[in-house]
Design a protein around this ligand. Structure first.
Ligand SMILES: NC(=O)C1=CN([C@@H]2O[C@H](COP(=O)(O)OP(=O)(O)OC[C@H]3O[C@@H](n4cnc5c(N)ncnc54)[C@H](O)[C@@H]3O)[C@@H](O)[C@H]2O)C=CC1
Ligand SMILES: O=C(O)C1=N[C@H](C(=O)O)C[C@H](O)C1
Length: 242
């Protein structure tokens, strides 16, 4: 196993988790400025870096037949297609990209998509530490996309909203028709709320990661599974058979 972004908040936690796992060997730690080379001979690389670097790192690994587990956010359809094309040239290689490896966050996305068609209104609030460089979070974007897909499939119209005047940003970002609000606050780690409402009732789904160890069981599940899943998998839910 090799970790790219090994000096970062997530990368260092992944190094600790791999070192504590009896069935995994940490053979390489890479961070900004390091030559990836043959990734120290690793069979699997884990990438927790930055949106601008992750595609290049994934392509570097795939071209060498190294499986990759990616937690870095900022993936567009176009970038995912670039990975698919690279994998076509390396049919035995697997890449798993997941916006969130915390089991509860994966379940929250699933539950939100289940509930979305039953409510008139739905909005997403994500809350993170203030050192996070992207907003809204990859998890919130994915949650909103899954909600929007479910509502489209069920023919649910856009949520009611009489706002006629507002300050820029007051109603959040529009992700596929779902308002997404981002909070940055010292003391937080990674949190998400999905608010669903109809006349006379609301349903709130909330997930809290209080510590980055919360992502490690999911990362290790991904590391152990990725070699058996050639091609591109987007979302840990597929590995968990959800
Ligand atoms: N999927 C998930 O479960 C989670 C995803 N994330 C995402 O993971 C990413 C990293 O988050 P953090 O660890 O908090 O950030 P961080 O800023 O603490 O760590 C990023 C690390 O990547 C390094 N880096 C930057 N460019 C690089 C390059 N070209 N090659 C190698 N290393 C490079 C930096 O020097 C730094 O050490 C973010 O996109 C974040 O949103 C964070 C937590 C959970
Ligand atoms: O940067 C973070 O911290 C996190 N990033 C991911 C995201 O953008 O969804 C996952 C989690 O929310 C923590």
């Amino acid at each position: 196993m090799a970790v790219i972004g090994a000096a970062g908040r997530m990368g260092s936690e992944v190094c600790r988790a791999v070192e504590a796992a009896a069935d995994l060997d940490l053979v390489g730690r890479f961070d900004v400025g390091d030559e990836l080379g043959d990734l120290a001979g690793a069979e699997v690389a884990v990438d927790f870096t930055v949106p601008d670097a992750t595609l290049g790192n994934v392509l570097h690994a795939v071209e060498r037949g190294v499986h990759v587990v990616v937690g870095t956010t900022g993936w567009s359809d176009e970038r995912l297609d670039t990975v698919r094309r690279a994998l076509d040239e390396r049919p035995g290689t697997g890449v798993l990209i997941a916006p969130n490896f915390a089991i509860g966050a994966v379940l929250t996305m699933k539950f939100a998509a289940e509930a979305a068609r039953f409510y008139e209104s739905v909005e997403v609030i994500e809350l993170h530490h203030p050192d996070k460089v992207d907003a809204p979070s990859g998890t919130a974007v994915r949650t909103a996309e899954l909600i929007a897909d479910a509502r489209r499939d069920a023919g649910v119209p856009a949520g009611p909203d009489a706002t006629a005047t507002s300050l820029a940003g007051a109603r959040g970002a529009d992700v596929d028709g779902v308002p997404v609000h981002a909070v940055r606050l010292r003391g937080l780690v990674a949190h998400e709320e999905v608010l669903l409402g109809s006349v006379g009732e609301t349903l709130t789904l909330r997930h809290d990661s209080y510590d980055r160890v919360s992502f490690m069981p999911g990362v290790l599940i991904g590391v152990r599974a990725v070699g058996e899943r050639p091609g591109l998998t987007v979302g840990l839910e597929h590995v968990l058979d959800l």
